[in-house]
Design a protein around this ligand. Structure first.
Ligand code: HEC
Ligand SMILES: [Cu+2]
Length: 350
């Protein structure tokens, strides 16, 4: 084998491995999370439009390719054959202009209808209102009628239109849950909206879809759809203030959370409470980071990046930007002992 063929062989093996790898992503337990598997009314409307326009596009493609292949074969070069020379054919040109114009006009009717349909704010008593803020690199959710603030995991009841009011904060982001709705831009200084609706209980994955900095790829989100009764239970739990810290270590952690190691500071940064709110903990009113009142009710933290457990929380507190590049939570210089107490306290935030 010479150098050329061995390199070609290697390229083929890599290409095959990439193809197999992509195929295997379909085996993920929560796959498919695709726009082609709509799981709610809003997504279904967009999918219906896609099915229609895609079918028309395929028909046009097949027709044009067939005509092309026919012409290539039928009029191929032959000894003694000479191409006919002519210039302009008004009738043909009019036909070839009118046909695409008619096709585009026909597609425009359902397209414009669907655009207006999806842009319309859902009305009615059962509509759930949620305000979403996209931030570097996490999502804040506020239920204005329910006195609930949470992060990254959005809980909704099934079969209910959810009206999302989407606000910017720092840079552009884009809120996208492929199975529940199209993507919506998150732009500082603008308020956008989006309707989400899920038919079935379950967890639907989403992702920031607009490059927003170092941890853009780590800015996932999850929508958790519940049966209405389970949603009511979730709301009732979220409306409760945080439990009082039980045990000496957790009580020490709560104190550190608000005061730092003294005068509101740790060795290298501000105390937790200057950035995080915890309902029921005096002095914890910060709004720079996620509300932690019910941290343990979230299966994941840091926008879907880590499972919520003791080991991951310890690693996070020790150095957030090392775990999540560009994270806006600084390494405040905690000692091992301080991490022990803080994690003991965070563990009580059910
Ligand atoms: C300067 C502001 C700031 C300070 C101080 C701060 N944090 Fe954070 N914290 C953040 C931000 C911003 C995030 C979101 C990071 C991300 O997901 O990218 C965060 C995320 C977290 C999370 C994950 C929450 C979730 O649901 O995703 C926990 C837990 C946390 N911080 C605990 C603490 C503790 C404990 C302290 C004190 C030792 C602290 N933070 C100090 C800003 C801060
Ligand atoms: Cu992003």
């Amino acid at each position: 084998m010479n150098l050329q063929t061995s390199r070609r062989g290697r390229v083929r093996i890599v290409a095959l491995a990439v193809a197999i790898g992509l195929l295997m992503t379909g085996c993920a337990s929560d796959a498919p999370q695709s726009v082609l598997e709509p799981a709610g009314e809003a997504a279904r409307k967009a999918d219906g439009l896609w099915n229609l326009t895609f079918s028309i596009a395929v028909a046009v493609f097949v027709f044009v390719q067939a005509a092309l292949i026919y012409s290539i074969i039928r009029y191929r070069a032959k000894p003694g054959r000479e191409a006919r020379q002519f210039e302009g054919n008004a009738r043909l040109e009019v036909i070839l202009t009118v046909i695409p114009a008619l096709i585009l006009a026909a597609i425009a009717v359902p397209t414009i209808g669907t655009i207006f349909d999806l842009a319309a704010e859902p009305k009615g008593d059962d509509v759930l209102q949620v305000t979403v803020q996209g931030r570097q690199f996490w999502w804040m959710y506020e239920y204005p009628d329910l006195d609930v603030v949470t992060a990254n995991e959005l809980h909704i009841p099934v079969g209910t239109p959810v009206n999302l009011t989407i606000e910017g904060y720092d840079v552009n982001h884009s809120f996208w849950v492929p199975r529940l709705a199209g993507a919506q831009d998150v732009v500082p200084g603008r308020v956008n909206r989006l309707t989400l609706e899920a038919d079935e209980p379950g967890t639907y994955r989403g992702q920031c879809k607009e490059f927003c900095g170092l941890s853009h790829a780590n800015m996932a989100l999850r929508v958790i759809a519940h049966e209405p009764a389970a949603f009511e239970t979730w709301i009732a739990e979220q409306e409760q203030p945080a439990a009082k810290p039980a045990g000496v270590l957790a009580a020490e952690g709560a104190k550190l959370f608000v005061n730092g190691s003294g005068d509101g500071q740790f060795a290298d940064g501000a105390a937790c409470a200057s950035c995080h709110a915890i309902e029921g903990l005096d002095g914890a009113l910060g709004v720079i980071g996620p509300n932690l009142t019910h941290l343990q009710s979230r299966k994941t933290f840091a926008a879907g990046l880590f499972k919520t457990n003791e080991a991951n929380l310890r690693a996070w507190l020790a150095d957030p930007p090392a775990r999540k590049p560009g994270s806006q939570m600084p390494d405040v210089g905690l000692t091992e002992g301080q991490i022990d107490s803080l994690v003991a306290y965070l563990e009580t935030l059910e």
